[in-house]
Ligand binder design. Structure first.
Ligand code: GLC
Length: 646
């Protein structure tokens, strides 16, 4: 112990006493405090938020109908609507005793033993929960549950489904028409498996590339985020599927991408006008397309957990932003509110969360919310308000007049999952997402004259590297080629392309053959990751690329013309390797249709149509050893940067 430590630390007895007293005090306080104290809400200046006109979600007749249903519901049914449980812990038969408002399949939940499944088992699962809920004889008016999942770049938990580029690639494409078409195709794919709700789009503005979810953000440019969010929700929610429609979720409200150091679920310490105009932009876009749900963010604003933030969740979201759908919590996020737990958190409901996502404790949470409603800790007015919002959304999407998922018009629409149109859309989106950062001596497009081309880097043949997280499994680490019968890796795309028929293309993942080709293509990549598992302290090119980086050195010393392709969810520190390559392409996380990269490198589609680069930087690419950069001298490639062949 340091000699000059204060008296307190020098006196063990006194120190022990202090520890005992402080623990006792804490336990005592938490034991006797009836309810968690309401966290201090930052009551800021609402004028910072553009005012939207209030408008009811329902027509007058629909309002009457929802009110009539509300009248018939028992308090148990009302409380049930406020909870969404995961299929891994709630069985269909549970819905009779626990009439939950929704069920979800989280990132690693699926029917069967794996974290993913084919269309039919998903559809059977949807039917099972739907019919179980409607078989509830104890009530006059059984309410069907929603069935939600994270279809965030295509219907990514369905085996064989086309996986689209993650949002950062779509932000580079910056093409609202393509994003709207992806939204519509995703809606059809969800209906095919009996789902009616996706927790997408993420409308974050990822300010610091260290954030593990940076790739889920369309851009650091709020305007791109606004228009692309609007386009995706429009495509998703207006794709006609019988009398129903698919429900979207703008997430994570708010400033999930604005936390200090890019820490996932961290604290966004920003002034209110900045919060409103930068991190609110995506919500205004999604609201222009009438997004039906918004998901709260795990993160905090200036020290207060968003899930406890009544000013943001109620005053702002319902007032200035005039949101008329319902707010769903993130995965047990309510439990992170001081004084709350996974199975007890009236505070989140009272702050403005309408539906609590409870992956493992839905039954206990149901009991505690019921007790809170019976005791008045959750007022009848608040309970009815939340239920009314949820019923209104269910009515709007046709769920209250619907049929069993497998009897709906969109059921078993395999084309939407993996048909040629879906594959072509994916490949087109990949082409549009690529950003050309350098092209010395017009090395690209690759020559059509016979030449020896070596492709180096194991990522050139990896669906995990090219798709990123949320692909069949949450972290997408254990996925393999046989899982993507309708997809292609980069090497497949290059070797199978008609335009390369005269080329001799060798795949030498670790550069073990030390070839001296006419042209080399070196592929660098990040390992796949999702959420906080992707948070990083460095943007150094990951170690897995050692062979590829060594190859870059070897090839540049041997004056071999080289194209470097980067598969990443965010900018990496590549400043030093730029002089070693004649051409440089940012390909982001293209998903399953990486044949689109081959199209642009070769300058034409498989059908011989000329193609060019059209993508532009969606995010400020920092110089080495920097992260969230703002001034020009720190930025290697600014937002909007992108070269082309012409
Ligand atoms: C996760 C994510 C959220 C996702 C939800 C359900 O923790 O934060 O984006 O929608 O849980 O899987």
């Amino acid at each position: 112990m340091r000699p000059n430590s204060p008296l307190l630390f020098r006196n063990p007895a006194l120190m022990t006493l202090l520890i005992v007293v402080s623990i006792g005090g804490y336990l005592g306080a938490s034991f006797f405090t009836a309810a968690p104290s309401e966290p201090k809400n930052i009551t800021g200046d609402p004028r910072a938020w553009p005012q939207r006109a209030q408008q009811s979600l329902l027509s007058p007749n629909e309002e009457v109908r929802v009110s009539a249903i509300l009248e018939q519901l028992t308090i148990e049914q009302k409380v049930g609507q406020l909870i969404v449980g995961d299929i891994s812990t709630i069985e269909p038969k549970d819905l009779v005793d626990y009439p939950l408002g929704a069920i979800l399949a989280g990132g690693n939940s699926a029917p069967g033993e794996k974290a993913y499944a084919e269309m039919e088992p998903w559809l059977n699962t949807a039917d099972a929960y739907y019919t179980a809920a409607l078989s509830n004889q104890n009530v006059e008016q059984p309410i069907p549950p929603l069935f939600g999942t994270d279809a965030v770049h295509g219907h990514n938990n369905v085996l064989g489904a086309v996986i689209f580029p993650h949002n950062i690639g779509l932000g580079a494409a910056n093409d609202t028409a393509i994003v709207e078409r992806i939204g519509a195709m995703t809606a059809r794919a969800l209906a095919a498996t009996g789902h009616d709700w996706t927790f997408a789009p993420t409308v974050a503005v990822a300010e610091d590339p260290r954030w593990g979810r940076a790739y889920e953000s369309y851009s650091q440019d709020p305007e791109r985020v606004r228009v692309l969010s609007r386009a995706f929700v429009k495509g998703l929610q207006s794709e006609p599927i019988g009398n129903g429609m698919i429900l979207g979720t703008a997430k994570h409200f708010i400033a999930d991408g604005g936390t200090k150091g890019g820490r996932d679920r961290g604290d966004a310490r920003i002034p209110e006008p900045y919060l409103a105009n930068v991190h609110g932009a995506g919500y205004y876009g999604a609201l222009e397309s009438d997004v039906g749900t918004i998901m709260g963010s795990f993160s905090s604003w200036n020290g207060t957990k968003i899930h406890a933030h009544k000013y943001l969740l109620t005053d702002i979201l319902r007032g200035r932003m005039a949101f008329n759908g319902f707010v769903v919590s993130d995965w047990n996020a309510h439990a992170q509110i001081p004084g709350c737990s996974v199975d007890d958190c009236p505070l989140a409901i009272n702050a403005g969360i309408d539906m609590l996502m409870s992956p493992w404790d839905a039954k206990d949470l149901y009991q505690s919310v019921l007790r809170a409603a019976q005791s008045g800790k959750i007022s009848e007015q608040r309970l009815n308000e939340a239920v009314k919002r949820i019923l209104s959304v269910k009515l709007k999407i046709g769920l209250l007049d619907g049929t069993m998922p497998s009897a709906r018009p969109g059921a078993r629409d395999k084309e939407a999952l993996s048909g040629s149109a879906a594959q072509a859309l994916g490949r087109e989106a990949v082409r549009s997402s690529l950003v050309l950062l350098k092209n010395e001596d017009g090395l690209l497009p690759l020559p059509s004259a016979p030449s020896k081309i070596t492709v180096i880097g194991q990522a050139a043949d990896s669906f995990s590297n090219q798709s990123g997280g949320w692909t069949l499994t949450w972290q997408a680490r254990e996925i393999a080629k046989e899982h993507f019968p309708f997809g292609a890796t980069l090497i497949d795309g290059l070797q199978n392309h008609p335009a390369s028929r005269d080329q001799d293309i060798l795949f030498d993942p670790d550069d073990s053959q030390r070839t001296l080709p006419d042209i080399a293509i070196v592929v660098l990549a990040e390992p796949s990751y999702a959420e906080y598992q992707g948070d990083t302290k460095s943007l150094r090119v990951p170690r897995q690329n050692r062979a590829a980086l060594n190859a870059l050195d070897r090839l540049s010393k041997a004056d071999i013309p080289t194209v470097c392709v980067i598969l990443s969810g965010r900018p990496l520190w590549i400043e030093k390797l730029i002089p070693k390559t004649q051409a440089l392409v940012a390909a982001w996380l293209p998903g399953s249709q990486a044949g689109g990269i081959a199209d642009v490198l070769l300058g034409e589609t498989e059908q011989g149509m000329p193609v060019d680069f059209s993508g532009t930087m969606p995010i400020r690419w920092p110089k080495d050893r920097l992260f969230a950069v703002k001034d020009d001298e720190e930025i290697l490639f600014p937002i909007g940067y992108g070269l082309s062949y012409n």
